[in-house]
Structure formats: C-alpha cells, structure tokens
Design a protein around this ligand. Structure first.
Ligand code: 2HG
Ligand code: ZN
Length: 460
C-alpha cells in the first residue's frame, strides 16, 4: 500500500495492529467502514483499508509509529461532522478513529479549566462545565457528535466567536502525537509560559497534518446571569447589517448575531414542519442573542426599539422559546442536506463587503449555474457566510473556484471556520502566497518526515 508517490513500502499486515488496540478495534468489514468513509456533505467519498480505534495516547503513539515505519498514511477522525473532507481517508489509507479517547477529567475549579480526551463531544464538555456552575463558550449545531479533538484540529468557530473567539482562544494545553510516535505538549494549563514554540497555536487549525491531538485542556468561563434572543426582520442585508453594528455599539451583552434569508427559512419550515416566524415573510432575518448580568431583556428590548429598519421582531427570554427561534437558523444545514450533495463554501468577508458579496455571489450563481439553488446564511457578527450550493455536480470544482475567487478579490478568507480539508486545497493559493505555502510545507516536513499524516488534506 503506497501513498502520494512514496517509494516501495514493506508488506502491510493489518493484523499487526490487533495486539496494539485489540481485535474489536481494527475494523475491516466493508459495511462497517462505509460509515467512516463519507463526509457530512456526501461530497467526499473515501475508501480506508481499515478503521483503527485506539483507546489511549500510548495506543495512538504505537499505531502511528507502526504506520510511519511502513509509510502507510493515517487520517485522524473525530465525530466525522467535518464539512471539507479533512477527516476522510482515501484508498489505501488508515482511518484513525479517536472517539474512544473520551475521558473527561474532573473540572479544576480553581483555574476554571478541564482536561478532556480528544474524543469527548462538545455536548459532554458543555455538560461537565455546567455541572460545576461554569460554561464552555464555544457552541455549534453539531454539538452532539463533534469532538473536542476535531474542533481543535479545525479551529472550529461557531455561534459565539464575536464574544469568545474560536476554539484556538480556549485551548490552554494540548497533548499530541507526532507521526513517528513521539508525544508532545503539556496539560498544565499555565496561562503564562514563554518557553519557546507554542504547540497549541501550531496545532489549532492544522487539520490532522502535523500531529494527532489526543488530549486538550480548555479554559471555562463564568455563566451569564441572563440571556435573551431576538429574531428581527428586515427588507435588505444592508439594513440588517447596519442594525447589527448599531446593536453591538449599544449593548455589551451581544453574544451572537446570525443571518438567514427568506428562502432558507422557508426551506427549514417546510422540511421540519415549523410555523414561519413572520407573516409576510421577511427578506433578511437576524437572530441576535444577548447574555450578561441581570437586566439583559430590558437592555436588549431598549436597544432593539432604538434600531431603524426593523420590520418585525420576536423576542424570547426563556430557554424553550429561545430554542424555538434558534431552530430557524440552526436547522439550515440539516434542511439543505435533504436536497442532496451540497457544495459548502464557508467564507469570511470584511463586514463592509458582506452585503455586496451576498448579491454578487447570487448574480454569479444565476449567471454560471442557472439550474442550481443557492443558500446563504451564517454568522453575520464576524462576517462568516456559509455559501451552500445544491443542484450542481459533486465534482464541479469550477463553480467553487469562481465563488472563492470572488471572496479573495473582496478581501475575504476562503475558509472561515471549517478548514481547507480536501475540497479547498486546490484553492489555498487564493489566500496564501507561494512563500507561505512553502513555509507550511517546511513545518509539515519537519514534523512528519514521511508524509504519514493526512496526505491530500490542506496543502495543495
Ligand atoms: C453552521 O454555522 C455550520 O451552521 C455549518 O458551520 C454550515 O452547513 C453549513 O454550511
Ligand atoms: Zn458556521
């Protein structure tokens, strides 16, 4: 078994993995493998030779050392909720499935930190924090399956980046295994430690290409006393974005500003039999969440009342009614998935270019792929738009390129929070110079001499 032009490799006997992880954790039945071999978008189909499920850092190290010595490629995978194919092993590669690394240490209340295995789900981490009266501030719709290791590897963003930053901002310690089996990092959680290169920074967003993350220590925050959510209706994206800026100036409590459009909300309502939020339907909707010290609802209501351009509003201040409003935003991904293979282009624009981009990308798709449907939604507070295209061929990379070129020309990023993975690596040059890509390659080579980890991911 060879990968990416490697020299002739020794014969590979997957039975040699059995003493390392146990027979029940070397999966080879094609029917079982199928579930690990395709990503959420159904666009990236892999064909791993086996799925290996280590149960400890030592087992990860032993599997990697074994594979590295045989130049057998290994692709780490967490909850398989990624949207760019970064966790999908191609033919002849091993899928290193990490959900058995699910140990959750007791929360260290003194430092408000907790150490968790890479396979712990976001849900489980949030629950552990809540149990001791704290909060883990990163949140995203795939919380029940997305794992902490995968979220660090992709530097996941989610709903609260405007207040708390992405995953990178929460990580205070990391343990990872290099391709040759060397374990690096520490989990002491020291906020001040200037002893050279900072491995958490290097590994956040490295998408499995530099090391396999096995444990992570994260910072928790104090919960907010109160929370309120509003769904606001507008005629245009310009009006909505002006209101979003005004709200952020007026109110320190804003913790999420999400944008959805009439057609997406209609699709969500039809797909899940939800009552439409507004009658008549609004062209553009903002879902705004405010959380902070007592009195949030009053401050929020006053700030909303002072906005211009709001056609209609729905406000909720309890968990149940807030969840009802959130559904119109959070269920977009699921509703779009029902339409079939989806091209997902997760991009950020400078806020001043965001409204213009929404109309320009629509004009581009109408011109270039009139048969396609375009779904636009995202995190308006940080300029992150999820451009979803359905009704085009799975392998239509040309249309991806055209959208991403528009993003780059507009001063944006071709990957806001999902990563580059397999689906965007051919476009990395739109955002990174040759010198930068060469630097990334040099780092990759220094840490993974044989190219064992995730070949075909991230680097062109
Ligand atoms: C979200 O914000 C996720 O809901 C998924 O990042 C986005 O499905 C998508 O394109
Ligand atoms: Zn998102």
């Amino acid at each position: 078994m060879r990968h990416d032009g490697a020299m002739a490799s020794p014969v590979i006997d997957l039975d040699e993995l059995v003493p390392i992880v146990g027979a029940e954790n070397v999966l080879r039945d094609p029917e079982v493998l199928a579930g690990y071999a395709i990503d959420w978008t159904r666009r990236v189909q892999g064909a791993p030779s086996a799925v290996v499920r280590p149960g400890s850092t030592a087992e990860v190290a032993a599997v990697l050392a074994w594979a590295d010595a045989r130049t057998l490629a290994v692709v780490p995978q967490g909850g398989n909720t990624g949207l760019v194919g970064g966790a999908i092993a191609s033919a002849g590669q091993l899928c290193l499935q990490l959900t058995r690394l699910d140990a959750l240490e007791p929360v260290d209340v003194l430092s408000a930190q907790v150490t968790v295995g890479a396979g712990v789900t976001l849900d489980a981490l949030q629950l552990a924090a809540r149990r001791v009266g704290l909060r883990f501030p990163v949140d995203l719709a795939a919380r029940s399956a997305a794992t902490v290791g995968g979220m660090v590897a992709t530097n996941a963003g989610g709903l609260h980046v405007i207040r708390h930053g992405p995953m990178r901002a929460q990580v205070v310690g990391i343990e990872a295994v290099l391709a040759n089996g060397t374990v690096i990092g520490d989990l002491r959680g020291l906020l001040k430690d200037n002893t050279g290169y900072h491995f958490p920074s290097l590994l956040c967003g490295s998408e499995g290409t530099l090391a396999v993350i096995t444990r992570v220590r994260v910072q928790l925050v104090a919960p907010d006393a109160e929370q309120a959510v509003a769904l606001l209706a507008f005629d245009s994206a310009d009006d909505a974005l002006a209101a979003a800026a005004a709200l952020r100036h007026a109110l320190a409590d804003v913790s999420a500003i999400e944008l959805v459009l009439a057609d997406g909300v209609d699709l969500v309502c039809r797909s899940f039999e939800l009552a439409p939020p507004f009658d008549p339907p609004a062209a553009v909707l903002l879902l705004v969440e405010a959380s902070g010290p007592a009195g949030v609802l009053e401050r929020f209501a006053a700030a909303v009342a002072s906005l211009t351009g709001v056609l209609d509003a729905k406000v909720a201040d309890d968990a149940e009614r807030s969840a009802v409003l959130w559904r119109y935003r959070e269920r977009h991904t699921e509703a779009i998935a029902l339409l079939g293979v989806t091209h997902k282009l997760d991009v950020t624009l400078p806020l001043r270019r965001l409204a213009g981009f929404l109309s320009e990308v629509r004009a581009l798709i109408e011109r270039e792929r009139p048969e396609a449907s375009l779904w636009l939604f995202g995190h308006a507070g940080d300029g992150n738009v999820h451009v979803n295209i359905t009704g085009v061929a799975a392998d239509d990379e040309e249309i991806d390129g055209q959208v991403l070129e528009l993003v780059a020309r507009s001063g944006g990023s071709i990957s806001a929070e999902h990563g580059i993975g397999r689906t965007k690596r051919a476009f990395l040059h739109l955002n990174r110079t040759d010198g930068e890509i060469a630097t990334m390659r040099a780092i990759k080579h220094a840490l993974d001499r044989n190219g064992t980890l995730s070949p075909g991911v991230l680097l062109p």
